[in-house]
Every structure is written in structure tokens, then in C-alpha cells.
Design a protein around this ligand. Structure first.
Ligand code: NAD
Length: 544
């Protein structure tokens, strides 16, 4: 598939448009040679109908996918359960090797998956590449560190010397993963990879819009040596996701807070664990001492990367009054210069929205803000001239607190500016929504940024960066406070999510009469007196 930009639209030199009738890039993805072997991976009996996904760049049909029925979901989980018994017996180092091989496959075959990601999601090539880089980071991390995270840990026993205690990390069994459409490769794999290293089997339900990318990832995992049936894919919408929760031993979900609440309730009924990465209304604070040029460049990436369809995207700019004029001028100038395009090469700055519901949501939020008195500093228009789902990067000023986009996640290229008079006021404003996923602070004093970060109720805080520094620190936990989620991905926490902790404590002196039973059998409270003395000694020795 060629990677040259499409022809520029007349009179609009910054814009290139795919012609679905004549451009080979638009029809490439309909090629059965590509889609048939991928679609064959879906666990389906074809009884539940099919779903037609549309290419966001063109509005043309992309692929027809069979939908899985409830029985198909049960079958997928049964197969996964059988495969898991074998997989859990494979030494952890060998399981980790699969990830290290996947690392190389994803980097080597990146152009293949970049094309698929762009075709299904409508994002720019640069944003699609973030997904490839992310999978490389996560596979390397868990491929290298997974075995150490999972190693049995020796802890102090109840009675020193006489009791020896270890903590095992055992797989939970079959993990269900429900993935969204905004990062089709990253979010199909982010939870699958640690779950597999931990010895689980996985049943993945991708979003109907981006199922091909998830199928490509499953094929790549098989090429990396993952045995058959350890990863199963079921296809369909929310009802298929709901059926999956009813069968698995743990559910991992990324998506909206509204759906997350339903999933948590269903998982609660079944008393299974739920890892939920949900929405955000993430703030970026420009402090009085910030480097304004650097802050405005960082803010552009943080607000409009992935067309704002990123859980960690910045949707609120909180600016100290001392730098408000210079920051806003610099920011708006940079936003106006952004190039919108469906180009399949690296020339576009901002891509398309992914589906019609997103466009409607974005328009609704902007219209509502304007009706309530907000002002548009730039953008605020649908760019149907570029592609059916393109929307201009939009900066709003004077958004009142009761506007939809002041509180709800817009999940699009829309940001509002708020001016504050102090750091304390900034912290109050930053914490003023129900969400707590990501935040960003720009200041020349990193220690001061760290101090402010402790007051912000968010799972990740980036200093002098928008989101990538924290997301890319794959050894550190990532997840949400408040309505932004439960549990964490990445690092030790991100793999322990997919394990059960098992404590195994052994008495070593039983044969020699040195046991808890022998101690408690001593007459007249002598055992208790000995224990009392022993407890005092342990504290004086500062035993933990
Ligand atoms: P969604 O949360 O409804 O869907 C995400 C995934 O959950 C999809 O795979 C979907 O099929 C599945 N799903 C939906 N209902 C389900 C249910 N009851 N049980 C089990 N699975 C279910 O998101 P959406 O409708 O695609 O988008 C709506 C909004 O969600 C967006 O506008 C955006 O605000 C937010 N969103 C957030 C993220 C994120 O990364 N935080 C990702 C996608 C969407």
C-alpha cells in the first residue's frame, strides 16, 4: 500500500482528500486477501447477524464482520478455560518471551498495522504510530520484568524461624477484555499482555468499529508463539460485552464512565474483579512562571493529539492571569496553523473523528457552550470539506460551569480556557469535576510542580508535558481517581491486577514439638505468657 499523501482539495493547500472511487488506498482494506483470514479468527456461529463498519476518512463501508452470539461467547470462554490450564503450566519466562517476540513483529510489520489503524479509526499516521511505540514499550516491560513481578515473595512468618511464609501470584483464570475504538491496537493489548504473562487466558471483545486491528494483534501474538485458544476474540457491541462479563473470572474495560458503572455493577453481582479505565475531563495548568512557548506547544499536542479522542487528552486549560494573554495568543496561533487531513503518511497534524456519534457529541458540546455565552477563539466548525467526520480544532473562552463541556468528557478537539489568580485557585479548578484521570502542570520549578501535583486528585500528573510522559512511564501505575476508574495498568500493579495473591505459610518445627499447637497446649497460660514476651521482643527489635 503506498504511503503518499492524497490529492489536495482545490483552493485548500493544507488539505488532502481520499477519493474512495479511484484511490487504491481506500479500497485496499476491503481486499478479502487481508480481511478474510483476520475475520476467520472471530468466534462466531454467524447466527447473530453481522456489523458493517465504515471508514471514517471516506464514509465508505470498510468491512462486514460477523457478530458473536451469547453461545459463541460461552464457547470462547470454554475454549480459553481449557487452554489456560496448559498455558499456566508454561514457565513464566517462556510466556514472557512471547511478548518480546511480539515487540519485534509489531516494529517490523508496523506499516501493515498503521494502515489498518488509520482505516478503522481515521486518526493521523503519527497518532497511529504512538500505538506501535506503546505496544513496543509494554511488551518490552512485561517481557523483561514480568517474571520478577510474578516471582513468589518471601515475607516474615508469624513466628520467626518457626514459620516460613511465601506469597504466590497465581493467574485468576480467564480474563475478559472489553476494548474501545480510540486506540485500537494499544487498548486491545494493554491489559491482554500482562494478563497473558501472568498465566491467564483472555477473551477479547474489541469495539465493532476497530475489530480488524484487534484481530491483527491476535494474529501477531500467534506468530510470536502464543498457543492456539489462549486468546479468543468475540465480536459485537455492548450486549456481547455484557455476555462476556457473565462468563469470565475478571473483566478489564476501557471506555466511558457510564458504561464502566454498568460493568462494575455486573461484575459486583458476580463478585469478580474489574479493572476500569474510564473518562476524564483533564486539566492543564500554566503557572505564572511557565515557559509560555513550550507550554502552548505542549498544550496543542495534549488537546488535539488523536483528535482529542484520548482518555488522557486535555479538555480544560487553566491559566495563571500573569501569563494568560501571552499563553492564549501563542496557543491560538498554533492551533490555527494545524493541518487537517486524511493523509496516509506523516503529513497531517489532526485526523478525523472516528464515528458519527462523536461528531454529534462534539457539535452538541460546542453549540451548548455558545448558547450559554461562551466565545469561540478558533474552530467551532464541522470540516466536511476534508472528510465526513472532520471537525476543526476548537478553543473556547468564557465557558460557564453549567455548560456540558465544562463537566462532561467531550472526547473531541475542543478545549476551554479558564483564567485563575493563584496556584491555590488553580488546584481548586483542576479538582472541580467528577473525574480524576490525568492532569498537567507547566512551571519552570519542577519541585513546585511536584508539590502542586500532590494536591491534584488525578491518577497521573505530568509536569511540563501533557500526557505522554506519564503514560509512557510503563513501570509506573496508570489509572483514575474518582469516576475515572478502578485499578491500574502498567508496572507491578498492572500485572498484579490479573493475579490472585495466595499466602502459603508453613510451620517448620512440628516434628520437634515446636509448633503453635504445642505452644497453646502449655498449661496455666504459659503459652500465652511466652507469646506476650515474644511480641514485646519483636517490637523492641523493630520487627515489621
Ligand atoms: P462505551 O464505553 O460505551 O464503549 C466501549 C466498549 O464497551 C465497546 O467495546 C462497547 O461495545 C462496550 N460496551 C458498551 N456497552 C456495554 C455494556 N453494557 N456491557 C459491556 N460492554 C459494553 O463508549 P462509546 O459508546 O464507544 O463512546 C461513548 C463515549 O465514551 C465517548 O464519547 C467518550 O466520551 C467515552 N470513551 C472513552 C474512552 C476512554 O478511553 N476513556 C474510550 C472510548 C470512549
Amino acid at each position: 500500500m503506498p504511503s503518499t499523501p492524497g490529492p489536495a482539495a482545490p483552493g485548500s493547500p493544507q488539505i488532502s482528500v481520499l477519493d474512495p472511487e479511484n484511490d487504491p488506498r481506500a479500497s485496499y482494506l476491503l481486499s478479502p486477501a487481508l480481511t478474510t483470514p483476520l475475520v476467520a479468527r472471530i468466534v462466531t456461529s454467524h447466527s447473530a447477524g453481522s456489523h458493517r463498519s465504515m471508514a471514517p476518512f471516506t464514509g465508505q463501508p470498510l468491512v462486514d464482520l460477523p457478530v458473536s452470539s451469547t453461545q459463541d461467547v460461552e464457547r470462547a470462554v470454554d475454549r480459553a478455560r481449557d487452554a489456560q490450564r496448559f498455558w499456566a503450566g508454561v514457565p513464566v519466562r517462556e510466556r514472557a518471551q512471547v511478548l518480546l517476540r511480539l515487540h519485534d513483529i509489531v516494529l517490523t510489520r508496523q506499516s501493515e498495522v498503521l494502515d489498518l489503524i488509520q482505516a478503522e479509526s481515521g486518526k493521523t499516521r503519527a497518532n497511529a504510530f504512538e500505538e506501535v511505540a506503546d505496544v513496543a514499550q509494554v511488551t518490552r516491560h512485561y517481557g523483561m520484568r514480568g517474571p520478577a513481578y510474578l516471582a513468589p515473595r518471601r515475607v516474615r512468618g508469624m513466628l520467626p524461624i518457626l514459620t516460613q511464609t511465601r506469597v504466590n501470584r497465581l493467574p485468576v483464570g480467564v480474563v475478559g477484555v472489553i476494548a474501545p475504538w480510540n486506540y485500537p491496537l494499544t487498548l486491545a493489548l494493554a491489559d491482554v499482555l500482562p494478563a497473558l504473562v501472568a498465566g491467564n487466558a483472555v477473551v477479547l471483545k474489541p469495539d465493532p468499529q476497530t475489530t480488524l486491528t484487534a484481530l491483527w494483534a491476535a494474529a501477531a501474538l500467534e506468530a510470536a508463539g502464543l498457543p492456539e485458544d489462549v486468546l479468543q476474540i468475540v465480536a459485537g457491541g455492548g450486549d456481547v460485552g455484557a455476555a462476556l462479563i457473565d462468563e469470565v473470572d475478571h473483566i478489564a474495560f476501557t471506555g466511558s464512565t457510564a458504561t464502566g458503572r454498568k460493568i462494575a455493577a455486573r461484575a459486583g453481582e458476580r463478585l469478580i474483579g474489574a479493572t476500569l479505565e474510564l473518562g476524564g475531563k483533564n486539566p492543564l495548568y500554566v503557572a505564572a512562571d511557565a515557559d509560555v512557548e513550550a507550554a502552548s506547544a505542549g498544550a496543542v499536542r495534549a488537546c488535539f493529539g488523536n483528535t482529542g479522542q484520548l482518555c488522557m487528552s486535555i479538555e480544560r486549560l487553566v491559566v495563571h492571569e500573569a501569563v494568560a494573554d501571552s499563553f492564549v495568543a501563542s496557543f491560538v496561533t498554533k492551533v490555527k496553523a494545524l493541518t487537517l487531513s486524511p493523509a496516509m503518511d506523516y503529513s497531517a497534524d489532526v485526523g478525523s473523528l472516528t464515528n458519527a456519534a462523536q461528531l454529534e457529541r462534539v457539535e452538541n458540546h460546542v453549540d451548548d457552550a455558545i448558547a450559554r455565552g461562551a466565545r469561540i477563539l478558533t474552530g467551532g466548525v464541522h470540516r466536511g470539506d476534508v472528510g465526513p467526520l472532520f471537525y476543526a480544532p476548537t478553543v473556547l473562552d468564557g465557558v460557564p460551569p453549567d455548560a456540558l463541556c465544562a463537566q462532561e468528557e467531550t472526547f473531541g478537539p475542543v478545549v476551554s480556557v479558564m483564567v485563575v489568580r493563584s496556584d491555590a485557585e488553580a488546584v481548586t479548578v483542576m479538582n472541580q469535576t467528577e473525574f480524576g484521570l490525568n492532569a498537567s502542570i507547566w512551571t519552570r520549578s519542577v519541585p513546585r510542580g511536584r508539590e502542586l501535583a500532590r494536591q491534584v486528585r488525578a491518577g497521573t500528573v505530568n509536569i511540563n508535558d501533557g500526557y505522554a510522559a506519564a503514560w509512557g512511564s510503563v513501570e509506573a501505575p496508570m489509572g483514575g481517581f474518582k469516576a475515572s476508574g478502578l485499578g491500574r495498568r502498567h508496572g507491578r500493579e498492572g500485572i498484579e491486577e490479573y493475579t490472585e495473591a495466595q499466602t502459603v505459610a508453613a510451620q517448620l518445627g512440628v516434628g520437634a514439638g515446636l509448633s503453635l499447637d504445642a505452644l497453646f497446649a502449655l498449661p496455666n497460660g504459659r503459652g500465652q505468657a511466652m507469646l506476650t514476651g515474644g511480641l514485646r521482643v519483636l517490637k523492641s527489635l523493630r520487627a515489621r
